[in-house]
Ligand binder design. Structure first.
Ligand SMILES: O=C(O)CCC(=O)C(=O)O
Ligand SMILES: [Fe+2]
Length: 496
């Protein structure tokens, strides 16, 4: 079995080229906003533009209404019902002249005035870039993960209470309904019922007028879906109990009619249930390379088997800004798991890789990795800058490829070492987790993790399997690079 768990799939063509070659539908498939905060922030900018156009449209519509009303008032139409009164009207030559002139000149003019629609075209252009249904589904997947991994109550989430963090936002009835249907389609019937009941409860709250007028889900339909969810796991004999449950306050949890699945090891790690990482050794490293004589690094050995070190302050804020600031979502590609990591290919995040020998900054960073590790970083920089999105995670995987299973990799050798630089703090969620050794590391801006993926004999080190907990709060940017085994031929004949 191949142990290569992860590949990044890169979109090599520019977005414009995609539209030309694949057509709009295909292009939209690629446009996923949910999987990076960078893309989501650009979507938020688009919403600003959309609302500006809409406001301008409304203002111009208001002016139009006022103007048209004035014209209507100017054309006095009283007593024109009967033929007699109309004949009387045109008996006056001034009236007839006015009638002819208005019909000849004014009618087409007003019709054109009505049809003129400033801002509508620009709104149409923004609508063409709107999130696809696939994107909406990604967002629901992210919310579902947050609820499941952190064992949250749907009621708390709706009220902005997420794993101890209080957000100033509430979820509304249509958002609850989306999540309810999503859970139902995953056959998670108790969770679905919780979300239907929250939809039901929310519908009855004094909503703002917009929500009431445009978004209000049909209460009967919600009630029906709640009951169906309960009946999926319960019995028709208890239908009256379910009706009572629906009227209970949603702060009272629904009972699971089938046992709630036990938490996975990763879920427990993400909830903070692993013991804090032992600081086996914490020292200033000034010996590995000549560079470190001049600039000793704070080094924590947090695991001996596998070898994992944590370094502090190894990347400067100015470097982080240069690496992330001007990177737009169009410059980045969708990162996926491959088919080995999960049964189905999953979208992960957006990523941008420095190819070739790179710019000065990435060469500096690669040299720094070589200095820190005393290893050879190779000729190609291949630095990956990655940004996570709404509830984004990275399922458990390994970074080694297992050359025996993938002989085509024989030229470079396996991924000996992974370097992982944290370019942002992540206040909540988004920890890197090594479930086989009960290790959870919360990203801290400027620090870096460094670990060996394979043993001395080049056998994969199974305990290096790792993943990333779903994001809750913050913007997660990382920088990663693998150091390849064969590049170390003249540097390190065998591992520590
Ligand atoms: O984002 C992380 O913490 C880990 C990323 C990772 O596992 C990878 O890029 O292979
Ligand atoms: Fe990894």
């Amino acid at each position: 079995m191949s142990l290569r768990k992860v590949v990044y799939t890169f979109i090599c063509l520019s977005a414009a080229l995609f539209v030309m070659i694949l057509g709009e539908e295909e292009y939209k498939k690629v446009l996923i906003y949910t999987t990076s905060n960078r893309a989501l922030s650009e979507l938020r900018e688009m919403e600003n533009f959309y609302m500006e156009h809409l406001s301008r449209y409304v203002k111009s519509l208001q002016v139009k209404v006022d103007t048209l009303q004035k014209y209507i008032n100017s054309v006095r139409l009283e007593n024109m019902e009967s033929e007699v009164s109309r004949v009387q009207y045109v008996a006056n030559p001034l009236n007839s002249l006015g009638l002819l002139r208005r019909a000849h000149e004014d009618w087409p003019k007003w019709l054109n005035y009505i049809k003129e629609q400033q801002d509508v075209q620009q709104m149409g252009e923004l609508v063409a870039l709107m999130p696809h249904a696939v994107d909406m589904n990604e967002a629901l997947m992210g919310m579902e993960r947050i609820e499941r991994f952190y064992d949250l109550r749907a009621y708390d989430m709706v009220n902005g209470q997420v794993a101890g963090r209080h957000f100033d936002t509430r979820m509304n009835a249509p958002e609850c309904l989306m999540l309810a249907d999503f859970m139902y389609n995953r056959s998670e019937y108790t969770r679905a019922a919780e979300w239907y009941r929250l939809t039901w409860y929310n519908i009855k709250l004094p909503l703002n007028p917009v929500a009431r007028e445009f978004y209000r889900p049909n209460p009967e339909e919600v009630r029906k879906r709640f009951l169906i969810s309960r009946l999926q796991e319960g019995s028709i004999d208890h239908i009256n109990n379910y009706l009572e449950e629906l009227e209970q306050h949603p702060a009272v949890p629904l009972v699971y009619l089938k046992p709630k699945p036990a938490a996975s090891v990763i879920e427990r790690g993400c909830r903070g249930e692993f013991p804090p990482p032992p600081k086996l050794v914490c020292r200033y490293n000034h010996t590995a390379t000549p560079f470190l004589h001049l600039a000793p690094l704070k080094e924590e050995e947090i695991s001996q088997d596998p070898l994992i070190w944590l370094y502090h302050d190894v990347i400067y804020d100015s470097e982080i800004a240069a690496l992330t600031a001007n990177l737009t979502y169009k410059d980045m590609s969708q990162g996926y798991t491959d088919n080995y990591t999960t049964v189905e290919k999953e979208r992960l995040f957006h990523v941008k890789v420095f190819e070739g020998s790179g710019e000065k900054l990435d060469r500096d960073l690669v040299n720094r990795m070589a200095d820190i590790s005393g290893l050879n970083a190779g000729d190609h920089t291949h630095l990956a800058r990655t940004n996570y999105g709404l509830g984004s995670h990275f399922p458990e995987h390994a970074d080694y490829s297992d050359i025996k299973a993938n002989p085509e990799l024989v030229e470079e050798g396996d991924r000996l070492v992974t370097f992982l630089f944290y370019m942002t703090d992540v206040p909540l969620g988004g920890a890197t987790i090594f479930p086989k050794i009960n290790l959870t590391i919360q990203p801290k801006k400027g620090s870096a993790l460094f670990w060996y993926n394979i043993h001395n004999d080049w056998e994969p080190h199974l305990l290096t399997r790792h993943g990333v907990c779903p994001m809750i709060d913050g913007n997660r940017w990382i920088l990663t690079k693998s150091l390849m085994a064969y590049d170390q031929m003249f540097v390190k004949l065998c591992l520590k």
